[in-house]
Design a protein around this ligand. Structure first.
Ligand SMILES: Cc1cc2nc3c(=O)[nH]c(=O)nc-3n(C[C@H](O)[C@H](O)[C@H](O)COP(=O)(O)OP(=O)(O)OC[C@H]3O[C@@H](n4cnc5c(N)ncnc54)[C@H](O)[C@@H]3O)c2cc1C
Length: 262
């Protein structure tokens, strides 16, 4: 697919809008295997709106060979795309509930497509709450979009690990926001994505608010190669992340995450 637009979000992160000639149906939470020709193929979540036809959006952090090549792409360059793969955030199960979205750093990208759908159908849900953390203010993804999302009804909170005096927002880790945010823990559902240690602390904080692990969904990352459950690279115990995930109900996957090096 040709690159239609490339926007630099952060020092190391770009959002690429690809031109999908055909309709490319996907559900929020799914990913594609993306490649700048010859530089390796990697799993990247679809961060754009699943209701938008003719365009496919990914937000990519340049960390290694494949992602650096993808992020160097300019409008007119061509990327290869396989997919969509994997399962989705359970938006249907969230109907009628408060939805708490918790994201650490770049992990807001896999949640953006869900946020866009939740906001488009906000009348079906209770409170929509986003708790997002970054290392520093200049590492907060989609900062320019947050205000527009707030105007559409998202109760969006941000926090940073550290900041200078010019930052007037919260400082501290993202699970700390959970005790302050307004939502009904007894009926809320949570979508969480970030480093695994952050997800563990998030779950503890959510449980203190009454959100049990069977109402918490996490998106996991492992090394992937085929994307279709054949190669086994993304195996986690009896599951293959590309085929059975990347979204899992926390109580179902937590025993596996507790095993070191699994
Ligand atoms: C389902 C899924 C969805 C993803 N969605 C996104 C997304 O929306 N945007 C995005 O930028 N990235 C996403 N990733 C992560 C992305 O796939 C990796 O960053 C990429 O595979 C790195 O490949 P590389 O060749 O550029 O770097 P490599 O040379 O493979 O690695 C460079 C450095 O990054 C580390 N690294 C490699 N892979 C990962 C990983 N999966 N998680 C954490 N650290 C890693 C390595 O340990 C190394 O330190 C996703 C991963 C999965 C499994």
């Amino acid at each position: 697919m040709p690159v239609r637009a490339a926007r630099q979000d952060l020092a190391d992160t770009w959002t690429l809008e690809l031109e999908s000639a055909d309709v490319f149906p996907f559900d929020p939470g799914q990913f594609t295997m993306l490649s700048a020709l010859g530089a390796g193929e990697v799993p990247i979540s679809i961060s754009g709106d699943s209701a938008a036809n003719g365009t496919l959006v990914h937000t990519v952090r340049a960390v290694g060979l494949a992602t650096r090549a993808i992020c160097r792409s300019q409008p007119g360059d061509v990327l290869t795309v396989r997919g969509p793969f994997g399962n989705a955030w359970p938006l249907g199960e969230a109907v009628g509930r408060d939805v708490v979205i918790v994201a650490g750093g770049i992990a807001l990208a896999p949640l953006r497509a869900a946020i866009l759908r939740l906001l488009a159908n906000a009348d079906r849900y209770g409170r929509l709450v986003l708790l997002h953390g970054g290392r520093s203010p200049d590492q907060l993804l989609y900062a320019d979009e947050l205000e527009a999302w707030r105007e559409r009804g998202l109760d969006a909170w941000t926090t940073v690990d550290s900041a200078g005096p010019e930052w007037l927002g919260h400082v501290g880790v993202v699970p700390n926001l959970i005790r302050r945010a307004a939502f009904d823990g007894e009926r809320a559902i949570a979508f969480v994505c970030g480093p695994e240690v952050m997800m563990r602390f998030t779950l503890t904080a959510l449980e203190r608010r009454g959100v049990t692990a069977d109402r918490v969904y996490v998106s996991l990352e492992r090394n992937m190669q085929c994307g279709i459950g054949l190669c086994g690279h993304c195996q986690l115990g009896p599951t293959l992340l590309c085929r059975d995930g990347p979204v899992f109900r926390y109580d179902e996957v937590e025993p596996l995450l507790r095993v070191r090096e699994l």
